[in-house]
Design a protein around this ligand. Structure first.
Ligand code: ADP
Ligand code: MG
Length: 321
């Protein structure tokens, strides 16, 4: 099958392809055309997933389809942007109808959940790798940037942390757990839920935000640095799921929540008075610390002792001394 037939069959005809509304032109021309509403800015983000680095080589293509789009869409959530569309640059080692069908199905499932349309891409041969670029729309000057946190505010997250990191040994077959405990963790790894609605609800309230992809402490550090503030996190407030605790025990569960990547839960700073109304409106917001004058991220125990660990998250290219 040639490149164009492949694109036509598996992607241009996928349920998530098409145009309409702000997607003025979709797959098939030299460019797609986006038409964001007047007064809106275009939010753009790219993520690459490489086989053997970001997912196991033999990963189920349906799950990979879901996950590859979810991690990209999560960046739109973190900016408070409304999803418009995405492109897919696909590098494949060989043609496999079964793989493509299932990948496109997983992709379409997540695209529907995120209200994202596939608007273009590129298809090449080589070691399996997936690059997805997402486009969203946000009212001018209302995007949730990382640099707006101010001393005196609360530091919050949008849900329990560490489940995806806790799922990794299950994904890699290094650990077994009963299905009722393994399933919720595996679901968080393979099918993270980009917090798109929460991100949009935080516009006008949160002063800074991001999605946690490298671990809570590492990502809190990004807000602290961009905003020129310190962030103090209380260990006892860090939310950990029952399944994560049951599979890994208390200490390892906390470690996964603090330093494990791949959660794609939002973390943000919020003026204190904004918390109760947002919680009352049903948003799953947990205050886990404070924004202070100073710099860096600090973890404290119930007695207020500094217990900040040395290793904070995952970084590519970090082995060099
Ligand atoms: P060009 O050579 O002009 O860059 P291509 O031949 O690479 O265009 O692609 C033809 C059309 O198919 C373009 O609209 C492109 O965006 C789209 N496309 C290519 N690969 C994919 C893919 N994997 N998923 C979705 N659309 C794709
Ligand atoms: Mg091309």
């Amino acid at each position: 099958m040639g490149e164009f037939e492949l694109i036509g069959r598996y992607f241009a005809a996928a349920p998530c392809a098409g145009h309409g509304g702000e997607v003025a032109l979709g797959i098939g021309d030299d460019c797609a055309l986006l038409a964001p509403a007047a007064g809106e800015q275009l939010a753009v983000s790219t993520d690459t997933l490489v086989s053997g680095v970001h997912f196991p080589e033999r990963a189920d293509p349906f799950l990979l389809g879901q996950r590859s789009l979810a991690v990209a869409a999560s960046d739109l959530a973190a900016m408070g942007a409304r999803p418009l569309g995405f492109t897919l640059a696909l590098t494949l080692p060989a043609f496999s109808a079964d793989w493509l069908e299932r990948y496109a199905a997983g992709l379409s499932r997540m695209a529907e959940r995120c209200a994202l349309r596939l608007i273009g891409g590129d298809t090449t041969r080589g070691p399996l790798s997936l690059t997805l670029t997402v486009f969203g729309s946000v009212p001018a000057r209302q995007a949730l940037v990382r640099s707006g946190a101010r001393a005196g505010e609360l530091f919050c997250v949008g849900g329990p942390l560490g489940d995806a990191a806790g799922a990794l040994p299950l994904v890699l077959g290094q650990l077994q757990a009963p299905a009722e405990l393994a399933e919720p963790l595996l679901a968080r790894y393979w099918s993270p839920e980009p917090q798109l609605a929460l991100g949009q609800a935080l516009r006008g309230h949160a002063s800074a935000a991001l999605d946690i992809s490298d671990g809570l402490l590492a990502d809190a550090g990004h807000i602290a640095q961009a905003s020129g503030v310190a962030i103090r996190i209380e260990r006892s407030r860090v939310p950990v799921s029952d399944a994560l605790r049951a599979v890994h025990g208390e200490a390892a569960a906390l470690q996964a929540a603090l330093a494990g990547g791949d959660d794609y839960i939002l973390a943000f700073s919020l003026p204190g008075e904004a918390l109760a109304p947002l919680q009352a409106a049903g948003w799953p917001i947990l205050a886990i610390g404070q924004v202070l004058a100073g710099q860096g991220v600090q973890l404290i125990d119930d007695a207020g002792q500094d217990i900040t660990p040395a290793v904070r998250g995952y970084q590519h290219f970090r082995e060099t001394p």
